[in-house]
Design a protein around this ligand. Structure first.
Ligand code: FAD
Length: 496
């Protein structure tokens, strides 16, 4: 695809003045200090500094910025909260960042139909608190409370409802680069609310999920919300073999017991204790050991099973969890055992699943966070886990952390593994990033895996033949000047 061009100093000046005159001086920033903060994030993606950062306050501002950028062919990077960890909001050099955090209204909470209409700048902390006031909740990822639900849900998240309620989007308001805008769900009809995603026409919302800001700017979204049930449980079961944990999860899900399960490896739940020891910032010594060999008394995996419903069914479900765990050689932990084995996890999971509130992970002090994510079939993920831990062990950067969870009733298993190399050791970081690329190739060829989050991951569109060509044609039709996130490597041609 053709790429947009670099601006001359004179052009920058003209465009800045034009934008300030149309949407207001306070919404257009070009101070060096501001620009530098948008140039990089915690990912290994190389820094690039924008020319301006724009802070729209409404849809009309977004329309104006897009029309101006389209006229001058300036690359645009859209950001809701910028909490992605893959460099997805690092701009094109000299491009424009549209930071949507000032568009932060919760416009409607519709408890009758079960959706809420929000702007991109609303974050999980505010959203979940506002919903809790009405006895409702949303899908929450293990991401910080400052992440935005809109940004998270359009990235197809691994959230707390991904097993049963994979897709949290009901309706999107989208602005295209030429300034036209529309709703994707039932709100496309005059005087109709967002109560229906799938109407009589093709589902355009799907086009904008996992498009990473390359097809349009979403200025409003109706997101699915769920009533808080009478009672809930976070059951914790310990397993010595990952394969057994997968079988446990699958059996529970096939019997429709949990809302959601996550399998955590022992170095990850140990890493949850970073900063929690004696109230000081300390690194648990176990996180420095071989990830394949947990110390005595520490289970290899813990499965958190989240369930909610009437108290009577919760009591029955507790018994079912114990029965099924025993069938696969596992053991449900009592409250006392859980507190002894996994105190950091208990605190986090109770907050996240038990109270529907986001938690702040403390493990970023361990080093540069580098994640590798793939989806496979359940039977395949068992083999993939062994191989991935083996490969990660070779980096000699313990801890090696992973979690795995079923999507859509276990049709597919999400597997996210990460390590924390010393950020000052650029050679090692580069080696690991390069290795990840090779691992995506092996995962696809040997394990039938599907990669996720393309920016620092694997640009796979070149591999998918007719699908890739169709999507590229849509991109060209919506964004003929390729101004929307041209450095997102989605539309790259890649062959294995
Ligand atoms: C500690 C930690 C843990 C995490 N755990 C999880 C997890 O468990 N599950 C999970 O799914 N994620 C997780 N993440 C990743 C992160 O939370 C999500 O990717 C993030 O929530 C995305 O929301 P955001 O608003 O920050 O999006 P941004 O970072 O702002 O944007 C993400 C992408 O979407 C595009 N985009 C954003 N807003 C718009 C818009 N309005 N219109 C068009 N395109 C747009 C951007 O251009 C970018 O490509 C974690 C992150 C951290 C830091």
């Amino acid at each position: 695809m053709k790429t947009s061009r670099r601006l001359s100093e004179n052009e920058k000046h003209v465009i800045c003045r034009k934008l300030r005159e149309t949407i207001g001086t306070e919404k257009v920033k070009d101070d060096e200090l501001v620009l530098i903060t948008y140039a990089s994030d915690i990912s290994p993606v190389p820094p690039q500094k924008p020319s301006f950062v724009i802070f729209p306050e409404n849809r009309d501002d977004v329309v104006t910025v897009l029309q101006t950028a389209n006229e001058y062919k300036i690359p645009i990077t859209v950001m809701s909260a910028g909490v992605n960890v893959v460099g997805a909001c690092i701009p094109e050099q000299d491009g424009i960042v549209i930071d949507l955090r000032r568009m932060n209204r919760i416009i409607e909470i519709n408890t009758d139909s079960g959706y809420a209409v929000v702007e991109p700048g609303v974050n999980f902390d505010r959203f979940s608190a506002a919903l809790a006031d009405k006895g409702f909740r949303c899908a929450i990822p293990t991401a910080p409370g400052g992440a935005s639900p809109l940004g998270n849900y359009i990235s197809r998240p691994s959230g707390s409802l991904a097993n049963r309620h994979l897709d949290c989007i009901q309706d999107l308001e989208v602005v295209l680069p030429d300034g036209t805008f529309f709703n994707t769900g039932s709100a496309q009809f005059p005087n109709v609310s967002s109560h229906l995603r799938y109407g009589p026409f093709p589902d355009l919302a799907g086009l904008f999920l996992c498009a990473y800001g390359t097809l349009g700017v979403i200025t409003k979204a109706a997101l699915k919300i769920y009533p808080i049930n009478e009672s809930n449980r976070v059951n914790l079961a310990a397993f010595e073999k990952f394969g057994n944990a997968v079988d446990f999860v699958k059996e529970l899900i096939n019997h429709n017991i949990p809302e959601h399960c996550i399998i955590w490896n022992w170095q990850l739940f140990k890493a949850f204790e970073v900063g929690l020891i004696d109230g000081e910032y300390k690194i648990p010594p176990e996180t420095r050991l071989d990830p394949r060999k947990p110390p005595k008394g520490v289970p290899y995996n813990i499965v958190s099973t989240f369930m909610s419903g009437y108290e009577e069914s919760m009591r029955t479900n507790d018994r079912i969890c114990s029965k099924v765990a025993a069938r696969y050689g596992g053991k449900v932990l009592s409250k006392k055992e859980a507190q002894a084995v996994v105190p950091g996890g208990v605190a986090g999971w109770t907050e996240l699943y038990g109270k529907y509130r986001p938690v702040e992970p403390t493990f970023f002090g361990l080093g540069r966070y580098l994640a590798w994510i793939v989806f496979t079939e359940p039977k395949v993920v068992k083999e993939l886990e062994k191989w991935a831990v083996e490969e990660f062990s070779k980096f000699k950067t313990p801890p090696v952390c992973y979690y795995s969870q079923p999507f859509d009733f276990g049709r597919s298993m999400f597997f996210r593994i990460f390590c924390f190399p010393d950020p000052k050791n650029q050679k090692l970081v580069d080696h690991i990033v390069n290795k990840y690329r090779q691992m995506y190739e092996v995962a696809m060829k040997r394990y039938g895996g599907v990669p996720m989050r393309v920016k620092s991951g694997y640009p796979a569109l070149g591999l998918v033949g007719g699908y890739g060509k169709a999507l590229t044609r849509i991109k060209k039709a919506f964004d003929p000047n390729n101004i929307l996130s041209p450095n997102m490597r989605i539309y790259e041609e890649v062959t294995l």
